[in-house]
Design a protein around this ligand. Structure first.
Ligand SMILES: C[S@@+](CC[C@H](N)C(=O)[O-])C[C@H]1O[C@@H](n2cnc3c(N)ncnc32)[C@H](O)[C@@H]1O
Length: 880
């Protein structure tokens, strides 16, 4: 296509009538202003403005939803009864052996050891199974038949599965390699890439503490775009709960929906604020009245924040928590711990900062409160299950001392949070009286037993609490939006049965996570932001084990290994890990083919033949073996060169991330740009430190470009600067996408959610470029980004909305003029949209049409095809 064609294209777009933009959720038709009595109309304008995230241009995120640590995925699917609260839970043995515990790893479970566990939700596509406890039912208690029925323990109600399937025990047994001795999941019927295997509403889910001000705590939506654009004027429509004054909701309906789970939390959050005020006042008073301070210290025993209660095993947990010295505050409500630290620093500031509990702590506390309401194994009518956590692995006895220390400290803070309400009530009467009177607060604290308060919640020992924390940290998931940006924490016991592989055949995703509120909020399953889905990433045979990845599989072997060991206490033996390990010790029998080079550690051939040198081999005991896999030349760099480059890149990443945190996107990009040319010269984009830098560079450029556009508020947009930024961002993202696909064993297989989102981001950037081509030159009489401009402009608008609050910055990075010819941009955008749709359909489920991002891409592609057709007709040009 010639450049005149492109300008015709631009002109066509400029002339076109206003249309509803599919890339932007329509403004709320009925923003529910009739606030629930408990909603507080106070708004949080500035905070919400910062939350108005640009569509799809989130900060770099983990590859996909994965069990925490933070482990770092609607239409109805064929899975019937997914959320039927009446569905019976299967029997689950309580004395399940610790996965991977001594003795259990060396032997595969056999039929005598196998319990087939049917999950009511998952019975059509996935099966959960585990070894039976020693005194459990015998194999004769199980029977099987080949079609339209299920394995069922004798005495239990036989369950029927719809459709026919056929698999054998031996198939299941042969697939249970990854974590013998523990729970695992297998596919029941053959599946294709993109099939949805499980669709579940988490048993517990919370919005990340950092986002509490900025998103609705029930549907996780940011304020609707209309609200967000008014946010700077303080017109944000998120209303806060008038009880705790912490959580915010976009409507009374959302608040009502969250209330059953929030009720106890509301009291606790209110109580910790009151206790915080109380302690702050006491600290102030301490300076004035040493006598009262002494009394306070006595009544708290000095170490009050770090005592769990009158449990016999308290000392052990306390010892674990302080094993390696000073307790550290973690991300918690340790306001007293903070105060102690302040006192040590001699900080006498009267203003104390209240720290809210971390999202993980809030999620676990919600689970504990739900359990205490309904009992173990039961169901909470309002908020779903809350009985299966006790089945999950804890690893308390296998954690390294530092890891256990962290978990123990979390347990101590959790104890405080869980009992804050009881403590506050004991201190200054029922919290329902509202803000405590300062005089009353000055009275010494009444008798209060933390142990009793915890027992009332069904926690019988300090170790039990510690176990819950350990179980939660190795079994919870990061809840993400549909672009894989982290939103919060969630847990479902069935999803937690899935084992790990660095070459996963499935992924847990939230295809509609964090969708902007549509006015007519639809609470059907498909639209629910919290519904987590297990999606097949490749063809899976019946009986084949379902494996997800707990870590970012783009990370190098050492990083993955240490993360898995630290948090999950196992060594991955997947094929990729075995090959990578063999590379580091070439004498081992598993030595892979000499041509295989891990793209994460590959070094480019100095002779530019396009081949790679194995970086792991270069850094191994036999560096001379490191040769180009194409031309056989020796490496042009030494192991110490590579180590130095890695160091420099990490430094640049750290500096750039800090600058970006401070909203200095342009400076952050300059930081990346200092090392990028050298790295791109020496390494393929899949080289892990470069890969990370490319991801960050794109984010910096998008923000810088958006800032440039937003300058129209003051002095008119810096159009060419923005153009430069989007142009560079396209280049960086292209390299990034190339990194995801490099080699015949790419880091992310086709359709992996992280790869699909990378392509979708590139497609959006290409559209944003097109928009610039289409827009009138700056200085023209036309308004900048008017509401009725071409749809691609709204991509930019979304970016601008997201960065308005940050203010514009001068772009000194303007160096080169945009380099990609216009007609190539059109082609590129179209190809990318096609590819994005295809891969999103796999990564986020075909029956979901690739989730929210898939819908966006489809709509943009349709629109573009219509435009191209129209253009072809009107300009009589051939458009490929
Ligand atoms: C989220 S749970 C998965 C279910 C677990 N198998 C169970 O029985 O509860 C995570 C734990 O499973 C075990 N695990 C998961 N993947 C594994 C693997 N590939 N190899 C060995 N153990 C694994 C580890 O003990 C890990 O901490």
């Amino acid at each position: 296509m010639s450049s005149s064609a492109a300008s015709s294209f631009a002109a066509l777009k400029a002339q076109r009538d206003a249309r509803c933009n599919p890339l932007l959720a329509p403004p709320s038709a009925s923003s529910d202003d009739t606030a629930d009595p408990i909603l507080d109309a106070t708004s949080s304008g500035a905070a919400a403005a910062a939350a108005a995230a640009p569509i799809g241009f989130g900060r770099p995120s983990q590859s996909q939803s994965q069990p925490m640590p933070m482990r770092s995925a609607a239409q109805p699917t064929p899975l019937g009864g997914a959320n039927d609260p009446r569905a019976p839970r299967p029997h689950v043995p309580r004395n399940k052996p610790e996965p991977g515990a001594a003795g259990s790893r060396v032997r595969l479970p056999d039929i005598q050891d196998l319990e087939l566990r049917f999950d009511a939700i998952s019975s059509e596509r996935a099966l959960f199974y585990a070894p039976l406890p020693k005194n459990g039912p015998s194999p004769a208690d199980f029977r099987t038949s080949s079609a339209a029925s299920a394995f069922s323990p004798a005495g239990g109600t036989p369950r029927s599965l719809s459709g026919s399937y056929s698999y054998s025990y031996s198939q299941l047994l042969s697939s249970s390699f990854s974590a013998p001795g523990g729970w695992a999941a297998a596919g029941i019927s053959a599946c294709r890439p993109g099939d949805v295997l499980l669709r579940l509403r988490p048993e517990v889910a919370v919005l990340s503490t950092a986002l509490l001000e900025q998103r609705c705590s029930a549907c996780y939506s940011p304020p609707s775009p209309a609200d967000a654009s008014n946010a700077t004027a303080g017109a944000n429509k998120l209303q806060r709960c008038s009880g705790c004054k912490v959580l915010r909701y976009c409507s009374a309906a959302c608040q009502r929906r969250d209330w059953p789970s929030h009720r106890d939390e509301c009291k606790a959050l209110k109580a910790i604020q009151q206790l915080h005020t109380y302690r702050s006042a006491l600290r102030q008073q301490r300076r004035l009245d040493q006598r009262l301070a002494d009394r306070f210290a006595k009544s708290h025993g000095g170490s009050a924040p770090f005592a769990i209660g009158s449990f016999q095993d308290n000392d052990e947990v306390m010892a674990a928590a302080t094993a390696t010295g000073e307790p550290h505050g973690a991300d918690s409500d340790a306001d007293s711990a903070d105060a102690d630290a302040d006192a040590k620093r001699g900080d006498t500031s009267p203003v104390d900062r209240l720290r809210l509990p971390s999202s993980m702590m809030r999620a676990l506390a919600r689970w504990i409160w739900a359990r205490s309401r309904i009992g173990t194994g039961g169901k909470d009518k309002a908020s779903g299950d809350a009985g299966d956590l006790l089945e999950l692995c804890s690893h308390r006895e296998r954690y390294a001392p530092e890891e256990l220390q962290q978990q123990a400290q979390l347990a101590l803070h959790l104890a405080q949070y869980l009992t804050a309400h009881a403590r506050a009530a004991a201190t200054f009467g029922p919290v329902s009286r509202g803000e405590a009177n300062l005089d009353e607060m000055m009275q010494p604290e009444a008798e209060f037993s933390q142990g009793d308060a915890l027992r009332a919640l069904g926690i019988e020992s300090a170790t039990e609490l510690l176990d819950l924390v350990c179980q939660f940290s190795s079994n919870s998931f990061t809840l993400t939006d549909s672009d894989l940006n982290p939103l919060g924490v969630c847990m479902h016991a069935s999803m937690a049965m899935l084992n790990h592989s660095c070459t996963p055949n499935a992924a847990v995703v939230f295809p509609f996570g964090g969708a902007a509120r549509s006015g007519q909020q639809n609470w059907s399953d498909g639209e629910d932001a919290k519904v987590m889905q297990l999606v097949a990433l490749r063809a899976i045979e019946p009986g084949e084990e379902l494996l997800i990845s707990y870590v970012d599989v783009a990370d190098a072997y050492e990083q993955r290994r240490s993360a898995l060991q630290k948090r999950y206490c196992f060594e991955c033996r997947c094929e990729l890990c075995r090959k990578s390990q063999a590379r580091r010790a070439p004498a081992q029998p598993f030595a892979p083919s000499s041509h295989w080079v891990d793209p994460r550690t590959a070094v480019g051939c100095a002779h530019r033949c396009g081949g790679w040198i194995d970086g792991a081999l270069l850094e191994s005991a036999e560096p001379h073996a490191a040769k180009c896999n194409k031309c056989g030349s020796p490496a042009g760099v030494s192991a110490s060169d590579v180590a130095q480059d890695r160091e420099h890149t990490r430094d640049a990443l750290t500096r750039a991330s800090r600058l970006l945190e401070r909203n200095e996107a342009e400076a952050a990009w300059n930081e990346c740009a200092t090392v990028l040319p050298m790295l791109v010269e020496r390494y393929p984009p899949s080289w892990q430190p470069l890969f990370q830098l490319l991801r960050l560079s794109t984010t910096c450029l998008i923000e810088a470009g958006s800032n440039a556009l937003s300058q129209h508020h003051v002095e008119g947009p810096n159009e060419s600067a923005a153009m430069y930024c989007f142009d560079e961002a396209v280049r960086m993202q292209m390299l990034f996408v190339a990194g995801t696909q490099a080699s015949n064993t790419p880091m992310y297989a086709k359709g992996h959610p992280a790869r699909a989102i990378a392509i979708a981001t590139l497609a959006k950037l290409a559209l944003a470029q097109l928009d610039h081509v289409a827009r009138p030159p700056s200085g023209s009489a036309q308004p900048v980004l008017p509401d009725h401009v071409a749809p691609n402009a709204t991509v930019c608008r979304a970016a601008v909305d997201g960065t308005n609050a940050r203010g514009g910055q001068t772009l000194s990075i303007l160096r080169d003029p945009p380099s990609v010819p216009d007609e190539m941009r059109v082609d590129l955008a179209k190809q990318l949209l096609v590819q994005a749709v295809e891969e999103l359909d796999i990564g986020f489920g075909r029956s979901n049409q690739g989730g929210r991002t898939g819908h966006e891409m489809r709509a943009a592609l349709n629109e573009m095809q219509q435009e191209l057709q129209l253009l072809a007709q009107t300009s009589a040009m051939s458009v490929s």
